[in-house]
Write a protein that binds this ligand. Structure first.
Ligand code: DGY
Length: 324
């Protein structure tokens, strides 16, 4: 039987289904498998089922001559050296689609929480700072309305479009920018700089690639509309965290909601940690029970298809199938 290594336990019955098709070795700890152990456990394996916390680089791929299938339980694949896999003819599976609504929900949650200062107000109540001498005041915790505000969506893929649908329900005006021109009903597309200058809320929804690395760098952040709110549910490397923190500390931006970071977990000296006007989350965009089970199921469907010699239902590099 073909051997497969799964770098994590998965929700639902996905791994028990996979085990019917291969000899399955599973990493049982919640900590990511160290790369040297990953390399050792992959010896003799044809398949790898991985998470976004596993770095699948060219060195690892070269050290695993039997490897011919990789499936990641994630839509983003910036943790994988795609060229190295494609060069070896190895298909890479991912999990788009199933996490779209859940991630869009979190973007709206962060937008609302940042605009209405919800975590700040929560801390105020819990920490006993709600003063009986000043129980309510017209200036207390005033924030920003979504209704009537302009939302700029950076990246009009499936998640960006799902955010647009939700934001339309809040009565927002919708602007968008996409690397390759894309028309989305109800969304006016603009140039990148124009979008930054016009958006009261900016939602980052592009994949992290060499082209989008630092897309929201210091100059782009300086070009954002004064008082805007930035929300990032895509990947940390797209936004310059130091420049964002400075803009928030100086009050040039009103607030931010950040689910993804350039280094995860965040380091204690991350400049965003000390700011009251940032809502933080530990990369939980797709974290609902149903969605995580669907991601696991799709990752396993990709692997099983490849084990059977079929095309993966969701393949990032379908060019490897040129000969199929
Ligand atoms: C992904 O799938 O790439 C998300 O970041 C985690 O769900």
């Amino acid at each position: 039987m073909k051997k497969v290594f799964a770098s994590s336990r998965l929700p639902g019955d996905a791994l028990s289904r996979l085990a019917q098709h291969c000899e399955l070795d599973t990493w049982e700890s919640d900590s990511p498998v160290p790369s040297a152990i990953l390399r050792d456990r992959l010896q003799g394996c044809e398949g790898l089922l991985c998470l976004l916390t596993n770095r699948i680089d060219a060195e690892l791929i070269a050290a695993c001559p039997s490897l011919r299938i990789v499936s990641s339980m994630s839509v983003g694949v910036d943790h994988v050296d795609l060229d190295a896999l494609t060069g070896r003819g190895i298909p890479l599976g991912n999990t788009p689609g199933v996490l779209v609504d859940t991630t869009a929900d979190l973007a709206l949650a962060l937008m609302l929480a940042a605009a209405r200062r919800v975590p700040e107000a929560d801390r105020f109540v819990r920490e006993g700072r709600w003063d009986p001498a000043a129980p309510w005041h017209p200036d207390m915790f005033v924030g920003r309305d979504l209704t009537g505000a302009t939302l700029g969506i950076v990246g009009l893929g499936a998640i960006g479009q799902a955010i647009a649908r939700r934001a339309a329900g809040f009565g927002m005006r919708l602007l968008g920018w996409n690397r390759s021109p894309r028309q989305v009903p109800g969304v006016q597309t603009l140039g990148f700089e124009e979008l930054l200058a016009e958006a009261d809320f900016l939602s980052v929804n592009v994949a992290l690639t060499p082209d989008t690395h630092n897309l929201l760098g210091r100059d782009a952040i300086a070009g954002m509309k004064p008082g805007a709110v930035l929300v990032n549910t895509a990947r940390g490397g797209i936004v310059d965290e130091q420049a964002l923190a400075e803009a928030l500390a100086e009050g040039r931006l009103f607030a931010a909601g950040v689910d993804v970071f350039s280094r995860e977990p965040v380091e204690p000296d991350n400049p965003l940690l000390g700011l009251p006007n940032v809502v933080l989350a530990p990369h939980i965009g797709s974290a609902s029970q149903r969605t995580r089970e669907r991601m696991a199921a799709l990752a396993v469907d990709n692997l099983i298809a490849a084990l059977k010699g079929e095309r993966m239902p969701q393949c990032v590099n379908p060019e490897v199938y040129a000969s199929l």
